[in-house]
Design a protein around this ligand. Sequence first.
Ligand code: SF4
Length: 406
Amino acid sequence: MTENPRGVDAVARKVSGGGRLNRAEALTLYEQASTHLLGRLAGEARACRHPSGIVTYIIDRNVNYTNVCVARCNFCAFYRPVGSDEGYVVGFDELFRKIDETIAVGGEQLLLQGGHNPDLPLEWYEDLFRAVKARYPSFRLHALSPPEIIHLSHLSQLDVPLIIRRLMDAGLDSIPGGGAEILVDRVRRELNCYSKASTDEWLSVMRDAHRAGLRTTVTMMYGTVEHLDERIEHLMRVRELQDETGGFTAFIAWSFQPSNTKRGGTEATGVEYLRTLALARLVLDNVENLQASWVTQGGKVGQLSLSYGANDMGSVMIEENVVRAAGATFCMDELEIVRNIENAGFIPKRRNMHYDVLGDPIVRQRDVPRMTTLAEARAAGDHSVPKELVQYRARTPAGKRARAPR
Ligand code: SF4
């Protein structure tokens, strides 16, 4: 990599002094700065924002409630088309069991995301959220990324603010920032994800959510067809909305996982991940927290992330099916996360969805079951339909057949 000392040095001085990077300066850093320099600058920015040396993580469970999806993003290895024998919907009872297991390991939240299943109407989500809150009043639901909310808006013919309001009334606590991929429409068209949400539509859902009082995260999936300046454009669009609403709690970047996807190709390297993370820390001067994506990068790069701008290790992995379908198989329970944080020279603390520190690791306080194997959303070979599903009107012929009385 060639360096342009004058240009890079001037930009480095500016950002070290607390200056805000513009697009051209961010690109100069990305293209020309050494990985060491990027890490040093991002580490300084992180230390300035989080001087205590605390690295947080959350104990929660990532449940993908259905893999049936009509969006067909070409980077996705998780979805199954309507009518597929491998399609599933998680039943209410199954979800309660997963919540019980989550509480047993000290968790207090579900991250709930899934495919765009035309046979699950808005009422199914409302009933699910209400049922969870009735049974577990203090349990939190971090659920439904912007494209899922747009899908529900199309399905129900109701506008997005009303969908958000109804979901909040049913128990929605915050919205995960999934489905952002790269917030540039040229890229979204190539990834076949423009129709699930254009850039403006994705950002508009988040604006509506923030205005309704929800805090949300924001993500970036890089390493497909985007150019470097388009990654920076993504960061700039996030920064602009954050200036407007202040509603993003955290930014999470991960690399495209190509295995089993229609798009295929190779995965970005660990160095590229660290450079991207560091640049995000420097550009997103108004976003408080950056997560390390150890799920896609592994524990070792996850540790390094803490020196490249990240101050959070995300969630203890109890279950994840989306990146697992694409070949990412890293898994860490709380003990492993704590070990990695401490070994990197930081102080591990549990947090909630709003990034408030809750306390020291649960494993230091009491015995908890170790759950290092990823649970399947559904037992292999079970094609039965959850019993409550028959109450909801299916829209597709396959859905109607599956719910017909036998
Ligand atoms: S990424 Fe999400 S929306 Fe796209 S095909 Fe996969 S499950 Fe569907």
